[in-house]
Design a protein around this ligand. Structure first.
Ligand SMILES: Nc1ncnc2c1ncn2[C@@H]1O[C@H](COP(=O)(O)OP(=O)(O)OP(=O)(O)O)[C@@H](O)[C@H]1O
Length: 283
């Protein structure tokens, strides 16, 4: 299990809270954030700001803390120390259920919670009601139209009447991405969205995310991945994580170097870039 020795983080005081407010363009703001579980430090200490319209990729080896970071940004968990502001709301002082309605999340943990007998259309359109699995909601033509449009964007419209449990892993990924986009979120968080996709599916996804990244009305985005090949052109910023700590963060072109990647994955790697796409090999 990955552990790091975190720098001590001063406890947050009410005075800090009053003086340390994010400005409106700061979509994610973490200061001195650490997460500890069972005596281990999963993450810490993190200072991170994601501004409006930025598109971030978070890369690191297994156990580096990527999913933990994303769950903090999704208002799905609380930090052990430090402060987290999401969409200008301070975690711990805001109704997280209301906050989550403004955040789109596609993740493996969500994938595992979808009822197997739910139709693809219901998985997508129920996002508007903040529920997983239909209950007593009634959907109107607008819901149906948007859900179908999102499935079409992801090349999954032909699946809309299939049961989720019968889908391949790539088809599930597309369904969950359509669900994450259904509510027109201000912040879109993607945890390994290309995992399980075949080569064509991965390229479709990268093309779709490239288009979304270029859309001025598109959401601010953070994508977690293990693979540099999956970084869509047009993504602006990057963070490399290792053992719960930040190796490098900032503008993508500054962060994505052979040296930084080698440090993050603890082996000599050569990073290549061609036509806006990356690849990496051991030296
Ligand atoms: N509840 C917990 N108690 C103790 N350790 C935990 C707990 N949850 C996660 N961890 C550990 O924290 C570390 C970071 O986990 P996390 O899932 O954030 O990593 P990751 O970078 O997303 O990994 P992967 O690439 O394998 O998905 C891992 O070593 C994991 O085993």
């Amino acid at each position: 299990m990955a552990t790091v020795t975190a720098q001590p983080v001063p406890p947050t005081t009410p005075g800090d809270l009053a003086d340390d407010r994010p400005h409106a363009d700061e979509i994610v703001r973490m200061r001195g954030v650490s997460v500890r579980r069972g005596g281990n430090t999963l993450l810490g200490a993190i200072d991170w700001t994601v501004e409006l319209d930025e598109r971030w990729v978070v890369i690191g080896p297994n156990g580096a803390g990527k999913t933990t970071l994303l769950r903090l940004a999704a208002a799905e968990m609380h930090a052990t120390t430090g402060t987290v502001d999401l969409l200008s709301e301070r975690m711990g002082r805001v109704n997280v259920f209301e906050l989550r309605e403004r955040i789109g999340l596609a993740s493996a943990s969500l994938a595992g919670r979808v009822p197997a007998d739910e139709t693809v259309l219901d998985v997508v359109r129920s996002a508007g009601y903040g529920v997983l699995g239909t209950w007593h909601e009634t959907y109107d033509a607008l819901d149906d139209g948007r859900a179908e449009a999102m499935l079409e964007v992801l090349g999954a419209d032909r699946l809309s009447h299939r049961e989720y449990g019968t889908l391949s892993s790539g088809e599930r990924q597309r369904t969950l991405l359509a669900r994450a986009l259904m509510t027109d979120p201000e912040l879109l968080l993607l945890d390994e969205p290309a995992s399980g996709l075949d080569l064509g599916g991965r390229e479709d996804l990268v093309a779709g995310l490239t288009a979304l990244a270029a859309d001025p009305d598109g959401p601010t985005m953070v994508m977690v991945t293990h693979h540099v090949e999956e970084i869509p052109p047009g993504f602006t910023h990057g963070m490399l994580l290792r053992e719960g700590g930040i190796v490098a963060q900032g503008l993508l072109d500054d962060v994505m170097t052979s040296e930084n990647l080698s440090a993050a994955f603890d082996q000599p790697l050569e990073l290549l870039s061609r036509r806006g796409r990356f690849s990496a090999y051991r030296r």
